[in-house]
Structures are given as C-alpha cells and as structure tokens.
Design a protein around this ligand. Structure first.
Ligand SMILES: NC(=O)c1ccc[n+]([C@@H]2O[C@H](COP(=O)([O-])OP(=O)(O)OC[C@H]3O[C@@H](n4cnc5c(N)ncnc54)[C@H](O)[C@@H]3O)[C@@H](O)[C@H]2O)c1
Length: 337
C-alpha cells in the first residue's frame, strides 16, 4: 500500500513510518514541522533504506493537501497531526479547536476531493476521562475533562459520522494509552520542546542531569505503592498496531474503534525502578502533592485489538526504559549504553 502520514515526522508518526516501511508499504509524509526536528526525514531514510517523499504543509491548507494526494495517490491516510498538550489546550482552547478540529475537517475535505476514503486516526485514552474502573473497555462511557480531550472526541465523531454515511469506506479510531520508548536503532525518538509533559522523557532528562529530580505527584493513591498507575506502551508496539489496523480496515473495508495499550498497569515508582535497573542511573525523586484531575489507576483492556487485527504488545517496561534512555543519552552526548 501507499500511505500518507499527516504529522509523520513527529514522535509516533516517525515510528509508524518505520514500521510500515518494514512491512513493505510506501510512505509519504505531510508535516508542517511545528513539533518535529528537521532531521527526522533523513534519519528515517537511513533507518528504512528508502527515499520518503516529504511534503511540508499544514493540514488546514486544503489545496496543498489535495495537491499532495494527487501527486502521490494513496490507499489511505494515517492522521497524527495535532497539538497534544492538555495544559496548553486549557490555556488556549481556540488554538486547539483550530489545529485539531478544523485541521481534521480540512484534511477530510481534501481527502474527499482527492477521492481517498480510508483513514486511521490517532485518538487517545483521554476520551474516557476519569473512568469508574480499569481495565478500560472500548464501550466505557466517554467523558470530556479538558479541551484536548474534547478535540479528540470531536475528531473521532467526525470520522465515525463520515464512515456511517459512507463518505469514508474504512476508518480506525485508535485510542492510545501512554506511548513511551524509542526505536531500538537509536535513530528516532521523542524530542519534547521545553519541560516534558510526560513521565518517561522527564525521567530520561533527570538521568542525563538536565533536570535535578523527578517530582512524583501523590504517593497516597489507592495503588500498591501509593503512586499513580498507567498503561505504558512501547512506541514500536504502537507503530506495529497502526500497520496491522491499517491492513485490516483497508482489506475488509470496515470501521473500528480500539484501545491500544498493554493491559498492564505500572506505577510511577515501578517505572522509576525499572529505569534505574535498565540504565544503571539513579533518579532522585521528590514527593509532591497530588495534581487536580489525576486518576489513581488507568489501564486498557486491549483484547479487542487482538481479536480484530491480531495485535498485542510484545515489549515490556524494561524495553521501554532501555530504548528511551538509548535515545535520550545519544541526544545528550552520553555514551554509556
Ligand atoms: N504522545 C502521546 O502521549 C499521545 C497519546 C495519545 C494520543 N496521541 C496523539 O497521537 C498523535 C501524534 O502524537 P505525537 O506524540 O507523535 O506528537 P508529535 O507532536 O510528536 O507529532 C505531531 C506531528 O504533527 C505535526 N503537526 C502538528 N500540527 C500540524 C498541522 N496543522 N499540519 C501539519 N502537521 C502538523 C507536528 O509537526 C508533529 O510532527 C497526536 O494526534 C496526539 O494527539 C499522542
């Protein structure tokens, strides 16, 4: 297949590009580089041994997206391009409505104009809000707790509506849990700008000495060690899930909504210990008060993905820590791995 990846130079998009290339698919990347390093395409070409067409454009620019789709006729689009910081979304809701919701509408318009009728979409477990229990199943109620989550739900609904009304032949809404890790080659990984919002990049930066310690928000939750439990998923597993979901929906012309997680809960302290074991580095921690809105425990039931397209996560927390560290250490010029 030939596939266009919006946001394909970003963290999850670049790993998915690598996974698709490995499975013999052709990739076209469309990205405005708002949150991607300029050297990602060259790194991807080194990694895959393939020339990858890169279109620098904004998904809201319909003529540019239509031109890209006409120049590179594709079987499907995988739609990663979005803004993703919860705090920023609360500070600037209109920016998030514009980039995420209007951006998705413009992309869907361009696809319709270019007669591309299959899409895989990056949704998030954030659509469940604060669930009543875990493991979380796809039919749990969705809840909006912040603007970012609102945009993800609206984007899912837009895509579901177009599938229901047969404007799209096939669509996959993939609800990611907590993507972490990096490609084992050390060529691609996550490069957050400024202070990382997520735990693993923060821990990695404490390990390199860029940050003095990790603040752990709350150690009095109802979990085995009192710290918050999440479902971390290796980005390489997540990337493979995109390839399998894409092949499934394109082959069968069906639409699906599935969780992508490991089904295993890992606490903050367990993750820190796994990181220390995998890397031999010590992570100083400071216990801080709980953050408003944080849930104690949150993990997926990933059975539907396995039943539907035969995917399950293979990599464990030690793999996630080791690969995150390899990437972060090489960025920081540390050669102890
Ligand atoms: N990383 C996570 O923890 C996580 C969790 C759940 C869902 N998601 C979703 O997965 C998707 C990818 O996330 P990521 O972590 O790879 O983020 P990322 O920021 O690394 O990648 C997004 C890419 O999209 C590009 N982009 C942004 N706005 C664009 C626009 N208007 N036009 C063209 N390109 C644009 C950016 O330059 C970047 O390369 C996002 O939709 C995000 O909401 C991420």
């Amino acid at each position: 297949m030939r596939v266009l990846l919006t946001g394909g130079a970003g963290y999850i998009g670049s790993h998915t590009a690598a996974a698709l290339a490995e499975r013999g698919h052709e990739i076209v990347i469309l990205d405005n580089f708002a949150n991607a390093e300029r050297d990602v395409p060259a790194r991807l070409e080194r990694l895959t041994g393939k020339k990858i067409p890169i279109i620098e454009a904004d998904i809201r620019d319909v003529p540019a997206v239509v031109a890209a789709l006409r120049e590179h006729p594709v079987d499907a689009v995988i739609h990663f391009a979005a803004l993703k910081a919860v705090g920023e979304s609360e500070a600037d809701p209109l920016l998030y409505y514009d980039m995420n919701i209007i951006g998705t509408i413009r992309l869907l318009q361009a696809m319709q104009e270019a007669n591309v009728t299959r899409i895989v979409f990056s949704s998030s477990a954030t659509v469940y809000g604060q669930p009543d229990s875990s493991p979380i199943l796809e039919d749990f109620p969705t809840r909006v707790e912040n603007i970012y989550g609102r945009t993800k739900l609206v984007m899912e609904d837009l895509i579901r509506d177009l599938a229901r009304t047969k404007k799209l032949k096939a669509a996959a809404n993939l609800r990611y849990f907590n993507p972490v890790g990096a490609h084992p080659s050390g060529q691609i990984g996550e490069t957050p700008r400024g202070v990382p919002n997520n735990l693993m990049p923060y821990v990695s930066q404490v390990a390199t000495g860029e940050r003095p310690h990790l603040r752990v928000f709350g150690n009095d939750y109802d979990t085995p060690d009192g710290t918050g439990v999440r479902d971390y998923i290796h980005v390489v597993d997540l990337a493979e899930a995109h390839a399998l979901a894409l092949e499934h929906i394109v082959t069968n012309d069906v639409s699906i909504t599935v969780n992508l997680g490991t089904g295993e809960g890992t606490s903050v302290l367990q993750l820190v210990t796994a990181f220390e074991t995998a890397t031999g580095r010590t992570i100083p921690i400071v216990i801080a008060p709980r953050r408003p809105g944080d849930v104690s425990s949150y993990y997926a039931n990933p059975a539907l993905a396995e039943q539907t397209f035969g995917w399950r996560a293979k990599l464990n927390v030690e793999d996630m820590c080791r690969d995150s560290w390899r990437w972060q250490a090489s960025r920081a010029g540390i050669n102890d791995i």
